[in-house]
Design a protein around this ligand. Structure first.
Ligand SMILES: CC(C)(COP(=O)(O)OP(=O)(O)OC[C@H]1O[C@@H](n2cnc3c(N)ncnc32)[C@H](O)[C@@H]1OP(=O)(O)O)[C@@H](O)C(=O)NCCC(=O)NCCS
Length: 186
């Protein structure tokens, strides 16, 4: 994995060194309105991030790719993540600090991750599962070229009743990158 930067933000491969600042980002209860809960402690997060540094699932089947998202001010504002499966499909997720919602930063960061997944990890289709009430996430995915899964796609997954599946294929409109990026080798 590589760090990727432009004038709007940087995606940094997530490591145990991010635990302290990410703990502060993830402590805000507003993030968990629809699902999940804050990390238990900095130590807990550090040990989780240390495991993620392998970039593989414990069974060695899937690539687990996680990036911290940083502003040019150096402030860390959240993370984006992808599970890349053997069939070159990827499941994505993302969390950003509520202090920065509504500025287009989430969309920008997810678009950059999708570009990296396509161009460097040869991903050909994307999935995201979200709570049906999570309108912010739904709208972000629409802006990133996702649409509601077909009934057949939905039935092929185990999706809880209060969640929806959204998908994006590379054979539709080719994904447009945010703008010109500089790639830095970590
Ligand atoms: C869902 C989440 C990632 C959205 O992040 P965000 O940074 O607010 O997303 P964006 O800023 O890109 O988009 C939000 C709004 O900013 C507006 N915006 C402002 N400037 C923009 C720009 N330059 N480009 C795109 N959108 C812009 C958009 O219009 C959008 O509003 P709309 O959806 O009403 O159209 C964030 O709310 C979050 O972290 N939630 C908690 C965790 C979560 O739910 N994760 C997803 C689980 S599936």
């Amino acid at each position: 994995m590589q760090a990727v930067t432009n004038e709007t933000l940087t995606l940094e491969p997530l490591t145990r060194e991010h635990a302290e600042e990410m703990f502060d980002v993830l402590a805000d209860p507003a993030i968990y309105e629809y699902e999940n809960e804050p990390p238990l402690s900095v130590e807990w997060l550090r040990s989780r991030y240390a495991r993620l540094e392998s970039r593989w699932s414990p069974d060695g089947v899937n690539q687990w790719l996680n990036w911290a998202v940083r502003l040019p001010t150096q402030e860390c504002i959240g993370f984006v993540q992808a599970t890349v499966h053997r069939d070159r499909s990827a499941s994505i997720a993302y969390v950003f600090s509520p202090a920065h919602w509504g500025k287009g930063l989430g969309t920008h960061a997810v678009r950059e991750m999708l570009f990296q997944l396509e161009s460097r990890f040869f991903v050909t289709s994307f999935k995201a599962v979200l709570k049906e009430d999570n309108i912010r996430s739904y709208r972000l995915l629409l802006r990133c070229g996702f649409s509601l899964a077909t009934p057949a796609e939905h039935d092929a997954q185990v999706i809880p009743g209060d969640e929806i599946l959204m998908t994006r294929r590379n054979d539709s409109a080719r994904f447009a990158r945010n703008d010109e990026m500089t790639v830095m080798t970590q």
